[in-house]
Write a protein that binds this ligand. Sequence first.
Ligand SMILES: [Zn+2]
Length: 237
Amino acid sequence: MSELTIEFGGEELTLMPSGGCFWAAKGTLFVADLHLGKSQSFRARGLAVPTGSSAATLKKLYVDLNSTGAKTVVILGDLFHHRDSHCEALLAQVLEWRSRCSNPNCLLVEGNHDLWAGVPNEYGFTLIQQDHFEPWAVFHEPDFLDDRLALAGHIHPGVKIALDSRTAIKAKAFWRTSNRLVLPSYGQFTGSSTIEPKPDHGIYPIIEDRVIRISHALLAKEIPPFGRSRRFAASEL
Ligand SMILES: [Zn+2]
């Protein structure tokens, strides 16, 4: 597993292949868009999607907290997916995760889905405001017009990378603009949407188990309809 450390606002942040962003100086792990209970809310509406996505997301978060030693985890919004997501089974999963992780300090920047779903107290997350940390703010929606430096989520950024004239692949990515570091969606079963970064932006896709830095020139303009998909190695990029 290979991470990438970048500087943002004078602080070093480690971008992890899981989609997490670790601030070692403060022992704090940032993640965005878990959408816990998403598959369950679909099933509640009769869509036969697979079970287990929340358990897989919480397991990943357990592994990240364990490997980094982070004592604080900050969710940059959309911890929960939908009102229908809340049930005893999900609450039990989250509480079990908390105790396995030695009860980390769990902070939440409310996202649009959280506002809709509600965040019951029993889950043990503390809501924080945008100015909770220095030197940057923490947002759910990036709000690019606000000129503060900020970490954000919500967009589920992804990129299409051209391997050759006929082949492109899609990957979740961290996206750095002049004033934002936008994290990829962390939750299983959350997907990504393709961003259109400017040439001076930082583009850090997650390829297999590595976070890499790519130039704007490697982005595919579009995936041709005849483009084929195949497995690839991070070393090809
Ligand atoms: Zn959102």
